[in-house]
Design a protein around this ligand. Structure first.
Ligand code: ADP
Ligand code: TRP
Length: 321
């Protein structure tokens, strides 16, 4: 089974990225041939600072490795080290109806926010399709917000296969229902673009501050809260703490006598503990930059050896060769 996913180096990674994409991807590395990449071409649609792109790209690599990506099992690489993605993207663009892209929620959301769109942003799902199809990937682990993009990928694969003959494997998204949409501090989807994130590797003070700022209702400590399962802080606690802590906290909230301040303190402690082993590994990686360079270099070589074969297959069927 071939697995592939990508993550943009457009900011600092947060709990939504971790539970929605990184953790499922890391678990899948045990089950198949996994390819994970840092989508630096994609980040160009929103980030125009070269220095920041370099920094974030490196950070994503380090953070992913710290969280448990094992380069002996999964191939980790930087998208732009495999320029074949862009060539395939052009071949797919030319079979892609405009309407398919005009219907994409993530594009429409950005328009609605008043972002003046560039062509890269509009064509984003086509490049994403190329990223996936160029590895003959079967499974794409992502959060719910990327489902439609994987559907566009399926449409483009089928269209290309119909027009030029069987060329691509049609992939499937793998979305874990329990973490499809991790809530941010304001209860909306946690996202870099909403300023509601809790970072994975922030310093203690900053993480405590984000957690203490989680928006709750106005009930006092004494009031029973039988519906607490729905609130943001408890949903996050469910992710970071073990089942017993989660159940006991839920029961205490339902009974009354446990306030939201106490809940947030518990959440902070478990959050901090949860990422302690990864923080330690991250320190080691930061002290060993050559190792990270080597992982990315070897990853790019392995990725390119597959991508160049599939790209040639596509070039041949459409008459470029
Ligand atoms: P952001 O919304 O912060 O810009 P990205 O779009 O870079 O995040 O997402 C990278 C990956 O993390 C994608 O697979 C996405 O589905 C997943 N992801 C991001 N935020 C969340 C969230 N709040 N819940 C679940 N998955 C998420
Ligand atoms: N669009 C994805 C995101 O913003 C990142 C991405 C780019 C991706 N190419 C991909 C994810 C291919 C999975 C497969 O999160």
């Amino acid at each position: 089974m071939r697995i592939l996913s990508g993550i943009q180096p457009s900011g600092v990674l947060h709990a939504g990225n971790y539970y929605g994409m990184m953790k499922p991807s890391i678990e899948l590395q045990e089950q198949g041939e996994a390819y994970y990449f840092i989508a630096d071409y994609h980040s160009m649609t929103s980030l125009t600072d070269a220095k920041l792109r370099r920094e974030y790209t490196r950070r994503v690599a380090i953070d992913f490795l710290a969280c448990g990506l094992d380069p002996q099992r999964a191939v980790l690489f930087k998208q732009s080290d495999v320029p074949e993605h862009v060539e395939l993207s052009w071949m797919l663009s030319s079979v892609c109806p405009m309407g398919l892209l005009e219907r994409c929620h993530s594009y429409k959301d950005k328009l609605a926010k008043g972002i003046s769109p560039n062509h890269g942003l509009f064509a984003y799902p086509v490049l994403m399709a190329a990223d996936i199809l160029i590895y003959d990937a079967e499974i794409v682990p992502v959060g719910q917000d990327q489902k439609q993009h994987v559907e566009v990928t399926r449409d483009l694969a089928n269209k290309f296969n119909d027009l030029y003959g069987e060329t691509f494997v049609v992939p499937e998204p793998r979305i874990r229902r329990d973490v499809a949409k991790v809530p941010g501090t304001d209860g909306e989807k946690m996202s870099k673009s909403y300023g509601n994130t809790i970072d994975i590797f922030g310093d203690e003070k900053a993480i405590r501050k984000s957690i203490m700022s989680i928006v709750m209702d106005s009930r006092t400590r004494e009031e029973p809260k039988p519906d607490a399962e729905q609130n943001n802080a408890i949903q996050l606690l469910k992710l970071v703490a073990d089942e017993t802590v989660y159940r006991e906290t839920l029961e205490a909230l339902a009974a009354g006598g446990l306030g939201y301040g106490d809940l947030k303190k518990t959440l902070f402690e478990h959050y901090w503990q949860r990422f302690a082993p990864a923080r330690k590994r991250r320190e080691e990686l930061l002290a060993n930059p050559d190792y990270v360079d080597q992982v990315l270099r070897e990853g790019a070589e392995k990725a390119r050896s597959i991508a160049s074969v599939v790209n040639r297959r596509a070039r041949r069927v459409c008459g470029l060769e």
